[in-house]
Write a protein that binds this ligand. Structure first.
Ligand code: TRP
Length: 453
């Protein structure tokens, strides 16, 4: 049997995992959720929820993936043969494939907007027409589908090249680049007159906004942004070498993700306020308000405006690509390991399936806007089904599996580098308590809150 591929170094593990984690969730979801949830007060809740609830799930996925040396379905089958857990594994193969279908539509928009930036469409003459540009773009039938096809196709080509030559290489180059790009944009954004209102929106603590709903939204954001509950992290962990300290790579990934989300917040919000725009939810924030700012800026400094808009949309595109490859890889691991398909065929099959669902999601902004499922468009339905329910449910299953099904000895070996890391050995009782009790009960409590609120 061919030897299983592994990541080359700790740097590349963290880049690949951070590549999966850092994506559209950081750039448009985080800044907005923070502002809505009470600024700094929300960030505190978010940190607590990440440490107590989501980091344990991150560890559980890492432990399961690396012990089993298999993707999510195979891992459940290997570690609990003949049990019903296999079907849980199956569920978590499906979730990321639904996500990638609609994620690719938004990824396609970033590609489309990068092309617009490259052709200087956000110029001073366009200021008045920019408001309608986004809705004209998304409601038209063909252009977004072509963009979705290009985005999903690129994702699949990277995945096709495999773990080392494709995923690792791509993430190790684009992630540091992305970091530099977004820093440049942040500096520019903070220097705009009137930017301080945006900083205040992100940072001023407003404890009156903290209620059950906000706590649930902090947990939801934490799950989404760390790609948890869907087997993406589990699958990547199965390519991590046995001597790697998974506690450190997990904390490193979560740390980078948070840092990036904060920088993205400081890049987006000050610019939004400087332009006197109400911060709104969803992709509109990035695709409607920022082009408007670029266009205004174009009146004084056309070249600077063109350069910044190109950098900005290229950053979003890279961030989205390193996330979508982690979703496709879950399906590829399943088809290659369980169905014994070649990598090429698996990628092709997934491309076709996700492409078709993505086309329907894309059309649900235009020609299919009238079709509703439980009061939502098809796009909104896929988003809500996965991020409100399937991810938390998947995360709960993983943590129950690691905490209650796997033996304590195996969990200890994995978490302490087989007893070699003294710090991890000392922390183990606390970590195991979080995995076994705190996180599962916390997730269930929040799940129920979400259902009844
Ligand atoms: N974490 C990514 C983001 O913030 C999205 C993502 C990647 C994801 N892989 C995932 C979301 C798996 C859910 C499941 O944009």
């Amino acid at each position: 049997m061919a030897q299983r591929e592994t990541f080359g170094s700790r740097f590349s593990i963290i880049m690949a995992m951070a590549g999966s984690a850092i994506g559209l969730g950081n750039i448009w979801r985080f800044p907005y959720t923070v502002g809505e949830g009470g600024g700094a007060a929300f960030i505190i809740v978010y940190l607590v929820s990440t440490l107590l609830l989501t980091m344990p799930v991150f560890m559980a996925e890492s432990i399961i993936g690396r012990t089993a040396q298999a993707g999510t379905f195979g891992a459940m089958q290997k570690l609990a043969p003949g049990s019903k857990w296999k079907w849980m594994g199956f569920l978590t193969v499906i979730t990321p494939l639904i996500i990638v279908s609609y994620y690719s539509v938004v990824g396609g928009w970033s590609f489309g907007y990068l092309l617009k930036a490259l052709t200087f469409s956000f110029n001073a003459d366009a200021v008045d027409s920019i408001g309608g540009m986004f809705s004209r773009f998304t409601t038209s039938a063909w252009t977004p589908i072509v963009c979705h096809t290009v985005f999903l196709g690129s994702t699949c080509l990277i995945v096709l090249r495999g773990v080392k030559k494709g995923i690792e290489k791509f993430a190790s180059i684009t992630m540091p680049l992305l970091f530099v790009l977004i820093l440049i944009i942040m500096v520019y954004s903070i220097s705009l007159p009137g930017a301080s209102a945006g900083l205040e929106y992100m940072l001023k603590p407003d404890f009156s906004k903290l209620d059950g709903k906000t706590i649930a939204s902090a947990m939801g954001q934490s799950f989404f942004t760390l790609s948890l509950g869907t087997g993406s992290i589990l699958t990547y962990a199965s390519y991590v070498k046995k001597d790697e300290n998974i506690l450190i790579s997990g904390l490193g990934t979560a740390g980078f993700d948070l840092l990036f989300a904060m920088i993205a917040g400081f890049a987006v919000m000050p610019a939004v306020f400087a332009a006197g725009i109400e911060p709104g939810a969803g992709p509109g924030l990035v695709f409607e308000t920022l082009p408007y700012i670029f266009a205004k800026m174009g009146a004084d400094a056309p070249w600077l405006s063109a350069a910044i808009s190109i950098l900005f949309f290229a950053s979003i595109l890279f961030a989205a690509l390193t996330s979508s490859i982690s979703m496709i890889e879950v399906g590829v691991a399943y088809l290659v390991e369980e169905k014994k398909m070649t990598r090429g065929r698996s990628v092709l099959l997934l491309f076709l399936g996700c492409w078709a669902l993505g086309v329907i999601c894309s059309l649900s902004f235009g020609p299919l806007a009238g079709i509703s499922l439980l009061g939502k468009t098809i796009f909104e339905f896929c988003d809500s089904l996965t991020s409100d329910y399937l991810m938390a449910f998947g995360g709960l299953l993983f943590i129950l599996f690691a905490g209650w099904k796997m033996s304590k000895a195996t969990v200890r070996e994995e978490l302490t580098c087989f007893g070699k890391s003294k710090l991890n050995v000392a922390l183990f009782p606390l970590l195991y308590f979080l995995i076994r009790y705190v996180a599962p009960f916390g997730i269930i409590a929040i799940f129920i809150t979400n259902l009844i609120w």
